[in-house]
Design a protein. Structure first.
Length: 176
């Protein structure tokens, strides 16, 4: 089961929250104590887009998720285990949560789940535009995962059920 995101509804809701709750805009929020030891950068789509491509043959996995999405949270242990077993794979979690929740909710959540991979937060209300730029076939539902290197790319609008499921899809993508 995916968390279905209607593109128009997401845009309206995100715009409302942006204008209702936006205070001073910081491009980075300190992530003191976050298990990866890194800041959680807040990106708009233009800043995020370079993370979705590579010139190398190194395998990359980018997962779009949110704390409020039950299927997203369910698959986090799968990604955590895969990252632990495959340190040569570049993994990035793109959170669709709210910037004002980074310190109070997101960082504690990531600590509790043992996530040590890179996490960025996408704060761009124009979801109708950026969803189609990522994959015109993407409905906007999350979790959504991209597996790629410089030769091959696959998109997954579904939950990875276990480590074997993810390993199988990575192997299929990279060996196309």
């Amino acid at each position: 089961m995916n968390c279905k995101v209607n593109k128009t509804l997401l845009y309206v809701f995100t715009s409302f929250l942006f204008f209702a709750f936006t205070t001073e805009n910081n491009s980075k929020v300190s992530a003191q104590g976050f298990s990866a030891g890194d800041d959680i950068a807040v990106y708009d789509f233009d800043a995020l887009e370079p993370l979705l491509y590579t010139d190398s043959d190194k395998t990359h996995i980018v997962n779009f998720w949110a704390m409020w999405c039950a299927p997203c949270v369910k698959e986090l242990p799968v990604f955590r285990e895969y990252a632990k077993n495959n340190p040569d794979v570049e993994m990035v979690f793109v959170s669709l949560d709210f910037p004002e929740d980074i310190e109070t909710r997101l960082i504690p959540f990531l600590k509790k789940k043992g996530i040590s991979s890179k996490v960025v937060l996408l704060d761009d209300p124009d979801s109708n535009s950026w969803i189609d730029k990522i994959d015109p076939n993407w409905s906007g539902a999350i979790p959504f995962t991209i597996i790629f290197n410089n030769k091959n790319r696959s998109f997954y609008e579904r939950t990875f059920e276990n480590i074997q499921d993810l390993e199988s899809e990575v192997t299929k993508t990279i060996n196309k």
